[in-house]
Ligand binder design. Sequence first.
Ligand code: F6R
Length: 334
Amino acid sequence: MKEQEKRFPEDYYNIDKEGMYIYIRDFPLYLREAYLNSSWIQLKINPRNIVIAGMGGSGISGEILKDYLKSNRIINIHGYHINDVTKEDLVVIISYSGNTEEAISCFKEAVNKAGEVIVITSNGRLSRLAKEYRVKVVEVKQGLQPRAALPFLFIPLLVIAERAGLISNIEEELMNAIDILSKRDLKSNAIALSEKLLDKKVVIYGTPLMRSVAYRWKTQLNENAKHAAFFHFLPEANHNELEAFNSMKDMVLIILSSEREEHRIRKRAELTRKHASKYLQVIGLHSKDPELLGILSMIQLGDYVSYYLALRKEIDPSPVEIIESFKKELGPYV
Ligand code: F6R
């Protein structure tokens, strides 16, 4: 087919060899499935803090949970050590592959220090270690890219938080969100947005509720579209990056905000947009949804945007060969 005859996106879907599209499109279905599969989860202790240790596409689930619950009792670790955890704390080790060395290291520390440990994984060394130490495992279906497994990683965390008393009656809000999301068409907006990002470096800001969602946008643009994307959050960005807009003329700034934020935050988002617009292209995406729906809907939109940007760049969105070979280069972890 000649280049000029190609229509977007119809003639580009064959680039997606491993079917990443299905995982993005069926995000609401997987959320429901994950919730139904998580009902058995019970805790042994009534924890003071929930410490969640994981990296990349797995670890981000804990950040999303923290933003949604607005709780300092959720502590996210993206590294090798859980440090000052005590017997009053629950540690959740989350690694889709089960072979991420930072998560394995945290597991080994947690079994000695924490009051309770739960592992969320699909396989790998963590799954074997969990059996050896008789630690509860939330088994996630195999064969996905970790970042595509978000529903299966995030929902068990939400259920764990409910069992720990950090939130109540999640079922109603979650099911309402899933119902609305499954009827929502985000694709046309995503297709249009992806065009605006082509040939531009991208910065994504999130207001507090959208902080980890902005980070998810950044990581999905990196991993699916192999695209330069960076992230910051409000109100913090108002105390530094404001001064740099003048040097960001070749970038696009996306501001993710929510009607559910307090008044001063909404005002900051508007003002940030006004200031940045003097120097660079700004795209404001403001959610009017209830909190959980807003978070989930914005995640799905960002996933689609990264997907369509990958197709525009004629990049297969699934493989992350450089991340894989980097892990190999590090050598075996003992
Ligand atoms: C790959 C991806 C990565 C991994 C990360 C940690 O799709 O999203 O960010 O999530 O390298 O690996 P896991 O999730 O297996 O612990």
